[in-house]
Design a protein around this ligand. Structure first.
Ligand code: HPA
Length: 262
């Protein structure tokens, strides 16, 4: 089953016909909200707003462990994270979309593993390629089918937030090889790996990162809001395309990788 984690600008999933909401308690506390269980164009999905349905949880206080645990326990096998980013790569102007293939983690103080809870001997999971190739492929296909031309691959820098970066910090991220900067990519991606979920992200550029492009003098919150609003409809189409694919849980759904008509 497909799980959708919505970031800023996606606290609701219009078009989702809600079957029920499920409060899930986990050994790590509460997820960002109840899971919203329903269907998108007749295909089952589980939706969760990362920052809470009222957008009240800042990136460093998101209970990533509880969110991923709840999804996994609910039978989710594949997760798409929709995340806003600041663009660093010249092709990631506001309004452009990327399906990243790498991460650099600059966050700190977040709970990053379940290792101490599962009672198993310590393992060091491979994280060379932090995103699931299958899910990245599905995202790219769903985006293409929606008429988008996303950047295929890029390095996502996960910063601590909730503040935006300084110009010098963004210059350092660029020197490190980062193509975009966001605040929520980690530890979410790693926890999904630990949970054996096939996880990928659709990164939506909503501003030039600090000091770049029209953010040279500063980042305009109004500009971010405007772009997020403009992107919502486009992302909805992409998510419908993703929901139409077969995740092994629905007889009669489109063939794996196939996209139904929308
Ligand atoms: N930096 C960090 N996170 C973000 C940004 C940014 O510029 N834009 C959207 N999320």
């Amino acid at each position: 089953m497909l799980g959708i984690i919505g970031g800023s600008g996606l606290t609701k999933l219009p078009g989702l016909s809600v079957t029920h909401r499920q409060v899930v308690r986990t050994p790590f506390g509460e997820p960002s909200g109840p899971l919203t269980i329903g269907s998108l164009d007749g295909h089952s999905v589980v939706f969760l707003a990362r920052h809470g349905y009222g957008h009240t949880i800042p990136p460093h206080l998101v209970n990533y462990r509880a969110n991923i645990w709840a999804m996994q326990r609910h039978g989710v096998t594949h997760v798409v994270s929709v995340a806003t980013v600041g663009g660093i790569h010249p092709q990631l102007a506001p309004g452009r979309i990327c399906v990243p293939d790498q991460i650099i983690d600059y966050t700190h103080g977040r709970e990053t593993t379940w290792a101490e809870y599962n009672g198993k001997p310590v393992t060091h999971l491979d994280f060379t390629w932090p995103y699931c190739a299958e899910m990245r492929g599905r995202c790219l296909e769903a985006l293409g089918h929606a008429g988008e031309s996303p950047l295929d691959g890029g390095v996502y820098a996960a910063t601590q937030g909730p503040r935006l970066e300084t110009k010098a910090e963004v210059e350092r991220l660029a020197r490190d090889g980062a193509d975009m900067v966001g605040m929520t990519g980690m530890p979410e991606a790693y926890l999904a790996r630990e949970a054996e979920l096939c996880y990928a992200a659709i990164a939506v550029s909503v501003n030039w990162a600090a000091g770049r492009g029209d953010s040279a003098a500063g980042i305009s919150p109004e500009g971010i809001e405007q772009t997020m609003g403009d992107m919502a409809t486009r992302i909805r189409v992409v998510l419908k395309n993703l929901a139409c694919m077969n995740y092994g849980d629905e007889a009669g759904a489109a063939t794996p990788g196939g996209v139904c008509d929308v």
